[in-house]
Design a protein around this ligand. Sequence first.
Ligand code: F6P
Length: 364
Amino acid sequence: MKRVLVATAGGDCPGLNAVIRAIVKRASQEQDWEVIGSIQAFNGILWEPTEIKILDEAAVAGIHFQGGTIIETTNKGGPFAWPIKNNDGTWTTADRSEEMIRKLMYMGVDAVINIGGDGSQRISQALYEKGLNIIGVPKTIDNDLSATDTTFGFQTAVQIATESVDKLVTTAASHNRVLILEVMGRDAGWIGLNAAIAGGAEICLIPEIPYDINEVVAKINSRFVRDRGFIIVVMAEGAHAVGDDSSTINLDEVGYVNSKISGGASRLMRELKAAGLKHDMRKTVLGHIQRGGVPIAYDRVLATQFGVKAFELALEGKFGEMVSYRHPNIISVPFSEAIREPHFVTLDSDLMKSARGVGISFGD
Ligand code: F6P
């Protein structure tokens, strides 16, 4: 019997379960393969006792439309930076990668499928270089991986953000207000840009285009005659003014590798007030609502294609590769290519031209 181990790593994302189900269903068509899941990314392997879940057809029945991941996830720590508490209460990290690879061999694992974003695929690459038979599946609601046309979960997040814009329009119009919607997007503004176009917002602020607060004020004022009017501003959480950085907070969570982006919309409200804006303002921070719940059909289809392809790579023994969508094909690319550069909103793209063409201001 051959064993493939599946891990879901990094922030959760609608469609993870559809990937897991597809891997299991495709594997069940082969005589001699079984699938197991490591709980909470690779923590399940590194914990004592080990925590894994047998992923047979019964375990994955009907999970394609469930949000989250049935094998849990984490965006902290990992085999190369395992958090360890010192005697004085401070924390340090240890490299446990070789111990983990030995343990996987002992468990009879022939192949590993790591479903995760850029940070997780960096871990995949490093494990591959150490000799692990590993395959990656790209996952991010931010859509910030360049080696694939898109990732599952992203369109679901855009849908949720767009529905939120639709809801904010009626209350903004009723109260003659400025309504700011903060959506996810640490470094890339894809969710914000798409939701602004789909929702008909007048202003879209993204990390790729630092805004001039006076331009934002001018656009807002242009939508009011005396005190009557309303406007919707969609901002990515990482958006910031010219000369500034994204708004962050310090987390005292052990093993958190990224600085936590937070407070962008509140800061924007303060900046608008300081720049002389007089209209009533409110903000909505959408947060993790964008990551939860049922994946839309598009994401279920893409996730299923990714899962089937990932298992087939394992079958072929094609390791060190990440599954990728290059319309209309599902292909694979080496990890080194997959993690080379992030996928930012390209400023001269047709999508940006369309957004500007319908009058959306980016505050520049
Ligand atoms: O990278 C995906 C993402 O959803 C970002 O958009 C966001 O900044 C971050 O994860 C939130 O992470 P956490 O779940 O740790 O709050």
